[in-house]
Write a protein that binds this ligand. Sequence first.
Ligand SMILES: *Cc1c(COP(=O)(O)O)cnc(C)c1O
Ligand SMILES: [Zn+2]
Length: 389
Amino acid sequence: MFFYKCNQCGREYKRNEVRYLCPVCGKKYKFGIPLTGVLSVMFDYDEVRDKLRKSRHDYKCISAVEEKYFPPYKVGDTPFFKVPKLEKYTGYKNLWIKNDSLNPSGSLKDRASFLIAAEAERIKEKKIITASTGNAGVALSAVCATTEKTALIFLPSSAPKAKLVQMLIYGAKVMKVEGTYDDAFKQSIEYTNNYEGLNRNTAYHPLTIEGKKTAGLEIFFQNGRKVPDVILVPVGDGVIISGIYKAFFDIKMAGIINKLPQLICVQAKSSDAISRFIITGKYKNAENVNTTADSISVSVPSNAYMARDAVINTNGFAITVSDNEILRAQILLASTTGIFAEPSSASVVAGLIKIKNQNLIDSKKQIVLLITGNGLKNIEAPLSKLKLN
Ligand SMILES: *Cc1c(COP(=O)(O)O)cnc(C)c1O
Ligand SMILES: [Zn+2]
């Protein structure tokens, strides 16, 4: 049905032969650098083409886990629509939103956690472990609540309270990490190396990329099986942008399309390791990460290599925005579309404004803003900008 292919050396592995990284390239991985040997899922694309032609809307045929293992947790099928008032404010004429903050636990992370829970069911693992800035853990907690599985979350103490509340109410076990998300990442991998369970760390488990891919597939189908010109994606670890890339890669490999959307990597100024990597070609960790956009706050992005390829291969580019620009964009988005998004998601609106000011994209192009998380998950961030009137 599919095999895994290493993003770095190109070696191929059978599905049950590996679990996380490429056994060869993964050996070079140590804590404090981006993951090496991240795996991609490669399908039989003739088969995918036949299936896609038969069922014109059902993209579940490009899934790396069989439907019979799916948990009873309804992710995806989120709205995709045009935003006339935001068009007027930004000067773009064909501006769309994919509102993934409407997933059940309030973020796009539901898609990845869903597929990992399905995989855990397939390989009969009862416990799933993840490091999280917040949303990945929330999503894993929620999907586990619908099954007999337990979720164990390694969470940095700086995570917003609402996300911790979500995890606890879904019944997860939360390990508070005195340190950053990067420390949590390390501790969670040590846990699954030394103890038990399936590790869901983003990009470390290749199916997190496949899970997030479904957002890209939906954009394609909801857009009438057409490829939009540009998609703006908020980037932390670089897995969502890799997933969006993979969606269009799969459809192209199946011979259904021949162009790819330009993927724009949007990051917070202080958490900009992938953007700098794209611009300079040299990788270096972000040293002083300090952004209110908690979901994209990361010093060592786990999927830096694949994310950079996604942008370069689609002729995209990277842009960074300040916290001040993010918080202003958060208000603009809410007051023109009715969507209260997390700061991380509002970063794409801030990015769009910058792109317009610098004339980087033609105003007639079809542009999609990927809104990834709900604003109620972090109400402290916008509070400083709001006044009672
Ligand atoms: C995780 C997350 C992101 C960033 O995704 P990466 O895969 O880490 O790049 C953006 N927005 C929200 C709301 C998230 O939860
Ligand atoms: Zn390899």
